[in-house]
Structure formats: structure tokens, C-alpha cells
Design a protein around this ligand. Sequence first.
Ligand code: G3P
Ligand code: CA
Length: 253
Amino acid sequence: VVAQLMIEKEGSPRVIAHRGANEWYNESTITAYQIAAESGVDSLEIDLRMTRDGELIAMHDETIDRTTNGKGRVSDYTLKEIKTFRTLESNHSKVVTEEIPTLKEIIETFRDSQSYYIETRLVNGELAMEEKLIQLLEKYQLLEKNLVTIQSFSEESLLKIKELAPHTELALLFRKGSFSLEKASKVDFPIIGIESTDVTQKIVNELHKKGKEVHVYFIDRQTQKEEQERVMEYQVDGYFTDYIHFTKEILAI
Ligand code: G3P
Ligand code: CA
């Protein structure tokens, strides 16, 4: 039965460019997303943070310290202030390059030529991003064109998105070491995101039986390639990859 379910799943696994093509260029920049798009990925993965004046920008960390020439929390700056900082060429370099992009600027760069895999989070423990995000996606008609997946570690955030835009594809993420098969099987979201070291064949089979896709993310860059090969054997459905060419190569796509 499991084998049959797998055969019935259409197409190749999704290659999701984690924070853009961050293997070659600093993460979450327009350039990193352009390189990823040119590499032929299925989706651009974008982490959202909110500025003090409520603007959505692409940034993974709570602070701008690691990836820019500035310091401090995103939520302490207005967008105008955020725009005075410059991203670094790479995580190992102090060479400054471009501005921190807003989500709107990323969307205006790619419009409907790309699909987007956007991560929401609570802001100070509260729902804050969802309405603004949906308004933006609707403005560019990305939802009606089925070009967006919204992912979150916050079930509350996903439920809010479902309320605002019921047909949006949603992915519930589980933190490393906190995966619960019972919970993942029960929730009404079509995609479950799991950190690679928590993924087993049994989990993938069980979630496939429930009709869910399993998308795998990777925390440890050192072991990521071997982990990708390991979970590939389990027929997972998506890879949040830091190594785009490698992933496409092992999947032969
Ligand atoms: O969104 C999947 C993966 O990106 C989750 O981990 O910390 O890289 O956002 P993180
Ligand atoms: Ca993310």
C-alpha cells in the first residue's frame, strides 16, 4: 500500500533554495535569490522578520549582526533605518554588498516567474505578520496562481493564514528533537517539515499514508550532503537545500 502511495505521488521532490543560493552568496539577498532562480529550483525559501514600523523583510536571525555590517534587533529599527545597513558578501567576509531586501522587493523581482516558500513566525509571541503578508501576496496575485507555500513552526500562525486565505498551501515545521508523529498526523496541513536527523523511513511512510508530504530541513551544514542522500532513500518530498546543485544531482533532475 505504501509503495502504491509513493508511486501515486506526482513529480520529483521539491528543491527549495534555503535562504536563496547561500552556498555562493550571502543568504536572503536579492542576488542569492537570483542565483537560486537561475539554478532552476522549485521555490525560494524566505524567512520573514518585521521591522519596528511593521514592514516585512527577508532575514533569518532576530538580529542583523551575522549577515550585515550593522548590529541590533530587526524589531528595533524602522525600514528606513534597516535600509542604511548593507549585507555582507558571505558569512565569512566583511565585504559589504546590497541592502537587506523587503519581501515586496523580492516579489517585485520575480513576480510570477517563481514559487515562494515563505516562513512566518510570531512577533513577541503574538500574531503580527499574517495580514500584511496575505495582502501583499494577493496584490501580486501569487495565491490565486498557486505560487506560494507558507511554512511556520507556529501552528497558530498557520491557522491564521488559513483563516485569511483558506486555499494557501501550508507546511507545519517541527523543531529538531521535537517531532511528534501523533501531532503531525493529526494536523490539517498538507506538508510536514522535519529536521533531517529526526527523519526515519517509518515517519515518512506513516505521513505518506495520511496523504502528507515530508519536507526536510538541515541544521548541520557539515553533514547535510550525506543526510540528503540518507533521506532520499526514504522518498521524502522536499529538500530545503543549502547545496542546490548537489541536491539536483542526487535527484537526477
Ligand atoms: O524553513 C525550513 C528551515 O529553514 C527551518 O529552519 O532555522 O533555517 O529557518 P531555519
Ligand atoms: Ca526558514
